[in-house]
Design a protein. Structure first.
Length: 233
DNA sequence: GCAAAGATTTGCT
DNA sequence: GCAAATCTTTGCC
């Protein structure tokens, strides 16, 4: 809600056109929103990872421009969505100037609105690929129903499942308030504490990329992809 | 053309 | 703690 009643607090594209680490710090705390009114689903971004330039050997851009990663080479503020492991989609926000392949992977979101719709979307994702036994599917359904709200989007694949994001969202302008899927700026009264660490799931990449502290997160958030304490998943 | 691996998540040993 | 699920993209023949 805008301070003066504006319809939205749109995220300025300039913040994402900046260098990716600065953009990451702007994106932490921002709102990810899908739909409007009774359809709205929204959450606060609490974890992102930076993938910067073609030289970054952990980035999809390391092979240059391909049909899959083309969005990374485009203008900032646009969505780059890809399919990983043949099942999960991952949402990225493109950063830096057009032509410079860089993006921020949205790894975790803390639900703010539409938790029930997120739960339904998670179930729909499950149903769409429920080829295994009915008993297994029902057990998994029960697990989602029992899931704490803060854990509905606590991983890159889960963010996309909860927000119904897939390849059809690739190229969507997230800075356009008219977009179905969009970003809204954080309204902060106090500076947000942001911690950093190495990126997750890129052990295949060589140093120094493997150890670059390009994971940014809100320390202590219950919605992080890596649970604060073992067994809290 | 074909084999291999992946910015993940889940369930079972 | 490990491997399966599942399919697109990459890399090599």
């Amino acid at each position: 809600m805008g301070r003066f009643g504006a319809a939205t607090d749109r995220l300025p594209r300039d913040l994402l056109a900046a260098d990716t680490e600065a953009a990451a710090r702007s994106l932490i705390g921002a709102r990810l929103v899908r739909g409007r009114g009774p359809e709205e689903v929204a959450g606060r971004i609490v974890e992102v990872e930076a993938y910067v330039g073609q030289a970054d050997l952990a980035s999809h851009a390391r092979f240059g421009r391909t049909p899959r990663n083309a969005a990374m080479f485009g203008p900032p503020g646009v969505a780059y969505v890809y399919l990983v492991y043949g099942m999960y989609h991952c949402l990225n926000v493109v950063t830096e100037a057009e032509g410079a392949p860089a993006a921020l992977l949205i790894r975790a979101v803390e639900p703010l609105a539409g938790e029930d719709r997120m739960r339904r979307a998670r179930l729909a994702w499950l149903a769409a690929r429920a080829r295994r036994g009915k008993a297994v599917a029902e057990a998994a359904q029960g697990r989602i129903q029992a899931l704490s709200s803060v854990r509905l989007a606590s991983g890159p694949g889960l963010v996309c499942a909860a927000f119904s994001i897939d390849r059809s969202d690739d190229g969507c302008d997230l800075c356009d308030p008219a977009s179905e899927l969009r970003l809204e700026i954080a309204v902060r009264d106090e500076p947000l504490s942001i911690a950093t660490g190495p990126r997750v799931g890129i052990d295949y990449s060589p140093e120094p990329w493997r150890s670059r502290p390009w994971r940014f997160f809100v320390p202590g958030s219950a919605s992080l992809s890596i649970a604060p304490r073992p067994g809290v998943r």
